[in-house]
Design a binder for this molecule. Structure first.
Ligand code: PLP
Length: 466
């Protein structure tokens, strides 16, 4: 039978005993404590098992993170072995072998001169670290006014105060405060929803011009950083036009603005490489933030790769006593680092090759869903893809946000054996990288059925005339 992903209690005076102690992310005021999300009990490879006994393909790999798949014995061994050797040691007063080894591995694999890494607890703390480092860098260099951070509409960079201030998705800021005095936003580089009448080439010109105009208006001496996900992930898997990132980087270099690539989603195999900035997009950022896939989700860990040039400049500054007063108890966590090392070994021992080999099949097969009347576009790169539903395909008009078409598709797909990541009017796919062809076929077949059933429902409810 159908199991709602969200079970809400609607009575006006809620029975306290029925409220959930656990608050999930992004709750609505009216349903805090009342939402009971589907319970997942176990995972194995590309599958998870839920409390109803169903085996589901993990379409989003958790949150784009379980890259080597669930229940990998080798990662479990690394985790246990490290816990039994050294659980924890302070990153303030001591160092540890897994952190040193991981730092070297990352420095060897990062592009350009990104030879240093500051380790954090996840993506938000990685972005926060990068931004605070930019502030510190400009303070030490005697230009404390160079602090504005430029991001884009559609961006997602985290849930700490400063990182969240850079987010630009619908509803992100409706009820939340942010460091608006520090944040500036450019147009979302989404070719599918580009301004009407612009060709793809003209759109790219427009985006670069817009950045230049902003710099002129604000002053290059007031802009510290430009931060960009190479592929906007939570914004709907938005793949920029070909030269967009290199052009934006060139503008940054011209104006001494640090270019931060937020690779929390795109690194560690999602696009077939350890880091995607240079390998896929030809850019050499000043910093790269990462998290998620670095441990395949087996341990909360993230970090920032930093250009050696920045630290050179800091070392040679007039303020050798200036302190970067920033650190987390769990920076350089030995267990997290041991997990990351084993994870990278697994990725480089076949999983990256597999991801690169199967990606074209994954994209090709998903693309076939474009013949469904509700589907406006299927787009993707590597092992990430977005299926965007529209009200009418002639004009690609968006569906009403409150129809929650993504959730509707997810409910049907779960009944059929696939967990979907619903995103307003979109479904996002980013399966474990170890997915095989037969499993890709299942994903696509289930999506086809789930979307078709959703079209029937919407027609029956008079919500869609397609
Ligand atoms: N940056 C990007 C591009 C992300 O997709 C995310 C999370 O989805 C974050 C940062 C925040 O990471 P975390 O949730 O680990 O704090």
């Amino acid at each position: 039978g159908e199991v709602p992903a969200q079970e809400t209690v609607d009575d006006a005076s809620p029975d306290e005993s029925r409220l959930q102690p656990l608050i999930q992310p992004w709750p609505l005021a009216g349903s805090i404590g009342k939402t009971d999300l589907g319970l997942i009990l176990a995972g194995d490879g590309v599958y998870v098992k839920d409390a109803l006994g169903r085996s589901l393909i993990d379409g989003p790999a958790g949150m784009w993170c379980v890259n080597v798949g669930h229940r990998h014995p080798s990662i479990a061994d690394a985790l246990r072995d490290q816990a039994m050797t050294l659980t924890y040691t302070s990153p303030w007063y001591t160092s540890n072998n897994p952190a040193r080894e991981l730092a070297q591995m990352l420095a060897d694999r990062a592009p350009g001169d990104l030879k240093h890494v500051f380790l954090t607890t996840g993506g938000s703390s990685a972005v926060e670290t990068a931004l605070r480092l930019m502030q510190f860098y400009n303070n030490v260099r005697g230009r404390p006014q160079k602090k504005l951070i430029v991001s884009r509409q559609g961006a997602y960079h985290g849930s700490t105060y400063l990182s969240a201030s850079l987010n630009g998705r619908p509803r992100d800021h409706d009820w939340m405060d942010g460091a608006t005095e520090l944040a500036r936003k450019l147009t979302c580089p989404d070719p599918f929803r580009r301004p009407e009448g612009l060709s793809i080439d003209a759109f790219e010109d427009f985006l670069e011009d817009e950045f230049r105009t902003m710099i002129e208006k604000e002053g290059a001496d007031r802009i510290g950083a430009f931060i960009a996900e190479p592929v906007q992930a939570s914004g709907g898997v938005l793949i920029p036009t070909k030269a967009y990132l290199t052009r934006m980087q060139a503008v940054c270099r011209e104006h001494d603005i640090l270019f931060i690539a937020d690779e929390v989603v795109t690194a560690f195999g999602r696009l077939g490489h350890i880091f995607a900035s240079q390998a896929v997009f030809g850019v050499e950022p000043d910093m790269i933030t990462f998290a998620k896939g670095v441990t395949s989700g087996y341990f909360p860990l993230g970090g920032v790769m930093v250009s050696a040039r920045l630290f050179d400049e800091l070392r040679r500054s007039n303020h050798p006593d200036a302190m970067f007063a920033h650190g987390l108890t769990y920076s350089s966590h030995p267990i997290g680092c041991a997990v990351a090392i084993r994870n990278i070994e697994l990725l480089e021992n076949g999983i990256l090759d597999h991801a690169r080999a199967i990606a074209p099949y994954f994209q090709e097969r998903l693309k076939t869903l474009e013949d469904l009347a509700l589907v406006g576009e299927v787009r993707g790169i590597g092992l990430m893809a977005g299926i965007e539903c529209v009200a009418d395909r002639e004009h690609n008009n968006p569906l009403q946000i409150d129809i929650e078409v993504g959730k509707r598709i997810d409910r049907h797909c779960q009944d059929l054996g696939l967990l979907v990541r619903p995103l307003i009017n979109m479904c996002v796919m980013s399966p474990p990288l170890v997915i095989n062809k037969a499993q890709v076929d299942s994903v696509v077949e289930i999506l086809r059925q789930g979307i078709s059933k959703t079209m029937d429902d919407l027609r029956a409810e008079g919500l869609w005339a397609g």
